[in-house]
Every structure is written in structure tokens, then in C-alpha cells.
Write a protein that binds this ligand. Sequence first.
Ligand code: ATP
Ligand code: MG
Ligand code: MG
Ligand code: MG
Length: 431
Amino acid sequence: MKKIQIIEASKHVGEKVRIGAWIANKRSSGKIAFLNLRDGSAFFQGVVVKSEVSEEVFQTAKNITQESSVWVEGTIQEDTRSKFGYEIHVDSLEVIGESVDYPITPKEHGTEFLMDNRHLWLRSSKQHAVMQVRNEIIRATYEFYNKEGFTKIDPPILTGSAAENTTELFHTEYFDRDAFLSQSGQLYMEAGAMALGKVFSFGPTFRAEKSKTRRHLIEFWMIEPEMAFMDQDDSLEIQEKYVAYLVQSVLDNCDHALDVLERDKDLLRKYTSLPYPRISYDEAIELLNKNDFDVTWGEDFGSPEETFIAEQFDKPVFILNYPKAIKPFYMKPHPTREDIVLCADLIAPEGYGEIIGGSQREDDYDALRKQLEAFDLDVSEYEWYLDLRKYGSVPHSGFGLGLERTVTWISGTEHIREAIPFPRLLNRIYP
Ligand code: ATP
Ligand code: MG
Ligand code: MG
Ligand code: MG
């Protein structure tokens, strides 16, 4: 008998198949048992009719406990009443592994309990749907950058010096010297761009974020494209095209998951139309202060400010040209204004906050050297990085998109902890 995954059900209607599955739930009467099964690919129904199976099979179906694993054999049928659309009419049911007193029912338990049981919580239909969206975003990312002619390269995760903000660095030992876990691969990606033109990386990022917010993880995944011969405007064009591509891919390939998540698809469709609006940091300050915020020029925006700005638009919005003083040393100053840099943050709608941070990089040797000194960084550790400006420097730009921020937003999930299988948070490194 053919062993299948239920996700391929449409190809096997009317056929007898064998499926390995778990019992998500069940209900039964004297004559019929309905098993809510999950085989990892989807949730589906198994129907066991007493008069059509052996007494032993019916008793197994009646008594089986939540999350026991089973081999199910039967015929695939269309089932227009269910969301999934197919069910299996069961002939035989064989228990593989019993499950006794399964501890969690996501709707009934609080977050801490669910987080303690994250290894089991992942089995629930909502978490399954979020992981499908995450997977689609990963898949679409590789597809997009391949289509656009980028080469994927992998910057190191163990680094000898801080790329950006020293307060958020994880420190470790590297034989007889210090090392740090990567907070961003950007500087290496710039070297990659000078070698390969257009490159992207997709890897883990570590930040010792001391604040507890619903947007920050300690360990998250970041996609970092870097492009030679591209200025800030070219970069914004790629960024919006990429984000719209991700949303469209999820709409195209995760229809069922979006239903499970009760995500508003009409809203998502709006996010696929380009271009995205752009406002400058200066305009943002003015807008905020006209609306009872109290922000001074030179401050960074927090979540309330970003959310308010995003609410003024029906799509993600770029905030351009932040003050130089609150951005990292490698950003290129605006050509006519020394106090602002050629950078942009892309803010997601609906209060999901910043999903991309990017900039045009300083490509002038002397200016970059001065910046390193101004930031009190040890220039000797950046000689290799300065070399990129010594040997055929070109205008170049890049950005970083946070995978879990994007998953949280597109799936419409409340908190970023559900956008990664095993979240690392300020107070949690278990399980
Ligand atoms: P924020 O202002 O939200 O703290 P950031 O400006 O520090 O973000 P960047 O250094 O610009 O972040 O990193 C690029 C992207 O990585 C961000 O736009 C965001 O999508 C993601 N990101 C940053 N920090 C985190 C985090 N702690 N957890 C999850 N994603 C993050
Ligand atoms: Mg931050
Ligand atoms: Mg930021
Ligand atoms: Mg940023």
C-alpha cells in the first residue's frame, strides 16, 4: 500500500493509502468515531465506521488518547465540509506509540506554561500554520534573490570584533583570545559585494537585548543583501520588491495556513502594491509633534512612534535619512547635509514595527577612517574593511531584514516568540 503525506491527498482520491499520524483530537459515538489527525503536513479527519471495520479497530479508535501515534490505512475521500477538503475513510488503525496524559491544550493554558512546553506546543494547529508561513518566507527569499542575480554567501558567526553596538554583544572564548557572536554580517557582506557584485546572507544573529518587547528575540535570523554599484534609491527599490514578493508568495502558497491564522487576506493584498510610501525623518518628527508626541530632533523612534507613523499609511512605509549621531559608523552622509545619513528603516503596518534597516555605505577611505575614530573604534581591527575603500571602491548599499519580524507581521501573530521554533528570550533558554 502506498505511504503518503495527507498534503498530497488530491492526487490519491479514491485510493487506499497508508499514513503515519498523531491523534490531535477525537470524538465518537456508539457507531462512528471521528479522529482529528495530523501527519505533520496538515490536519485532517479520519472516519471510522463501526459496521465497516473489525471490532478491534473500532475499540482502538474509541479509546485512543490525544497525541498517540498511529498507522492509518484507508481510502482518501473529498470532504467539502472540512477546511482541509479531504478525509480518510479508515479500514485499519495500528497504534505505534501511546501518549498518556498529554499535558497541553493551547487554548486553555497561559503563555509561560506553553513556553515551558514549546516542544509540544509546536504540534498545535496555529503553531503549525505559523511555521508554514515561516517556511514559505524562507523559500521565497532564496527564490527572489536567485532570480535577481544575487549569490548567497555566509559571513562568519564567530567574530573578533564588534560590528555595531557593543552593549548587545555576546562574548565567548576563542582559544586564548576573545570572540563575539555575530550581530550582523554586514561588514563581511560588503567584502562579498566587492567580490561577487550582488550578495545575500541568511543566518543567525545574536543580540543581548536587555529589554522585553514583543518584537525582540535574543537569537533571530536575518537576511542581509549587499549590492555593489547601487545607491540608496536602487536599494529601496529592491527592498520593496522583495517584501511585496514575500507577501505575495505567502498569499499564493499558504492559503490554508492564513485561514487557520484568521489573517485578513485583503489587507495582505494591499501590501503587494508598489511603491511603498517614503517619508523623511524630519517629516516624521514634524508629524509626530503635530499629534501630541514629544520628540526632539536627534532621538530614535520607539514602538509608539513607529506605530503612529505606520498608521498614517495603508502599506509598509520607509522612514529615510535619520540623524548621523544615532546610526552606525559605516553609513554615508547625505550629500548636502552632514547631519543626516543615507539610510532607511522599513516600518510594517499594524504596529509590527521595523522589519528592515538599511543604508548606503560610506565608500570614501578618508571619511570612513574618520568615522571609525569618531566612534572610538580600534582602527587596527578594521584595516581589512578599510581596504575595500582602497582597492576600487564603488558606491554600494545593503540592508537587513529580520525573518521573525516579517513572519510575525505577515502571519498576524501577536508576539515574535511564536515566529521561531525555539525562541531565546531575556528570561528563557529552555527548552
Ligand atoms: P530595533 O530598532 O527594532 O531594535 P534595530 O534597528 O536594532 O531594530 P537592525 O540592526 O537595523 O535592528 O537589524 C535589522 C533588522 O533585524 C531589523 O529591522 C529587524 O527586522 C531585525 N531585528 C533587529 N533586532 C532584532 C531582535 N532583537 N529580534 C528580532 N529581530 C530583530
Ligand atoms: Mg535594536
Ligand atoms: Mg531600529
Ligand atoms: Mg535598524
